[in-house]
Design a protein around this ligand. Structure first.
Ligand code: GDP
Length: 451
């Protein structure tokens, strides 16, 4: 998963700051220098890094220092907020035409960026929202692309419109729109042809499509693994063709994350979704605040909740989310969430989002967490379960009851050392703190970071 090394570096920087009781101006300067280095190493655009560090610096020495936070926490808070800002602050939805009018979305991008795959992934998202998308195969240079779209469309249960490879993309787009009008589709997604580099042909082709049908949204697909190149491509694309938003693919395989961090600042256009894997379900809506908390290694409770909502009992998940928000999450819920987590499979991917299970591969998803770590996590989950099962129902609902003698009893019951019980109770308390903070939106009022 992206940002692994950036997260590690930032955490070290923050750890260092926290170890000092009081921060001098030099401490802050030094930390900023290191943050700058860490961002550059993550392949974030140089100018973006410069502006970022400047903003953090201005705020760190300005009026923002207050609120009962210690100076180290203050710096983390500011870095968090500036990261959110850098990535666009708000989540941007793809703008659809009002009522039953058809929205035409044109997908653009270089060859291999993941355009065709993403087109099918996106169609799946729209379908989930009750829309009826139609995919149009406008990539006529790569016969395999048409086939690929058809196969993926079928998997998603979405119709694919194709005229083979002997027609102009603009004409295919026009015919697809007519087809959509007859068939009651309310979204048409055009999968256009990419090239190895940005060239005149590609731009002309996109322009011709735009001249022939009304394109409401042009979405650029870029490959995170190409780092700064991806950002340069985005900039050029935007200048030449005009884009409305960006989808960053292959974030699962990119350990640096620079493209995701820079693209909004460089193009002014927001990231709409991120691709997190090759499966058609591996497309996630982009939330700047959640991404920032992932980067800072704070886990991602909200994404976890959403995953749970999509894949498990919706009612239960909602109740749990409510409890998290109200800070009423208890060990009973923790047990329940663990059993649901098992149902959701893929403990590796979930683990990375669960702050209570931190330190087991950090944010690694897919690539980051290997089998051994997963097995270890499963073992640690089984031990946690054993400990929670050794509690009385009352203790599970009210962890404050856990005095030393009760903890000793639980340790004996679960066959673990008392230190393990202590650790779990402490982790649980930390997790609750984090949930409370995330539930409140994290930025209003007094922010207390769980460090
Ligand atoms: P196109 O040429 O832009 O249409 O690219 P494709 O859709 O054919 O994708 C190129 C390759 O990237 C394929 O092997 C996809 O499976 C893969 N791919 C696309 N998106 C992602 C992603 O988010 N993560 C990973 N790991 N692979 C992806």
């Amino acid at each position: 998963m992206a940002f692994d090394s950036l997260t590690e570096k930032l955490q070290n920087i923050f750890k260092n700051l926290r170890s000092k009781g009081r921060l001098t101006e030099d401490d802050v300067k030094e930390a900023l220098k290191e943050i700058k280095r860490a961002l550059l190493a993550a392949d974030v655009n140089f100018k973006v890094v410069k502006d970022f560090v400047k903003s953090v610096q201005e705020r760190a020495v300005g009026q923002d220092v207050m609120n009962g936070l210690n100076p180290g926490q203050m710096v983390i808070k500011i870095v968090n907020e500036e990261l959110v800002k850098l990535m666009g602050s708000q989540t941007t939805e793809i703008k659809l035409q009002p009522g039953s009018a058809i929205t035409v979305i044109m997908m653009a991008g270089l060859q291999g960026a993941g355009k065709t795959t993403t087109t099918a992934k996106l169609a799946g998202k729209f379908k989930l929202k009750g829309k009826k998308p139609l995919l149009a195969a406008c990539d006529v240079y790569r016969p395999a692309a048409i086939k690929q779209l058809q196969v993926n469309g079928e998997k998603q249960g979405v119709e694919v419109f194709s005229m083979g490879e002997n027609h102009k993309p603009a004409n295919i787009a026009k015919a697809a729109l007519e087809h959509a009008q007859k068939n009651g589709n309310n979204i048409v997604i055009l999968d256009t042809a990419g090239r190895l580099h940005i060239d005149e042909d590609m731009m002309e082709e996109l322009q011709e499509i735009k001249n022939t049908v009304t394109v409401h949204q042009t979405i650029l697909v870029i490959d995170a693994m190409t780092g700064q190149d991806a950002v340069n491509v985005a900039k050029e694309f935007h200048e030449k063709a005009g884009i409305d938003g960006v989808i960053v693919t292959k974030l699962d395989g990119d350990t640096r994350g620079g493209a995701a961090l820079s693209v909004k600042a460089v193009t002014g256009k927001p990231i709409l979704y991120v691709g997190m894997g090759e499966k058609l379900s591996d497309l996630e809506q982009f939330y700047p605040d959640r991404m920032a908390s992932r980067i800072l290694g704070m886990g991602d409770v909200l994404t976890l909740i959403e995953k749970a909502e999509a894949e498990i009992d919706e009612e239960k998940a909602k109740q749990m989310a409510q409890k998290m928000k109200k800070n009423q999450f208890d060990f009973e819920d923790y047990l329940e969430s663990m059993s649901q987590m098992k149902n959701m499979g893929g403990i590796g991917s979930i683990m990375s989002m669960m702050p209570g299970l931190g330190g087991m591969g950090g944010m690694g998803r897919m690539k980051g967490i290997d089998e051994e770590q997963t097995a270890q996590a499963e073992k640690s989950m089984a031990r946690m379960e054993a400990m929670i099962y050794s509690m009385t129902p009352e203790e599970r609902r009210n962890p404050d009851l856990l005095n030393p003698s009760r903890k000793h009893r639980i340790a004996r019951g679960a066959g673990v050392d008392i230190s393990e019980v202590n650790r779990m109770v402490k982790q649980f308390a930390e997790m609750k703190k984090l949930m409370k903070m995330v539930g409140k939106g994290g930025r209003k009022g007094k922010l207390r970071l769980p460090f």
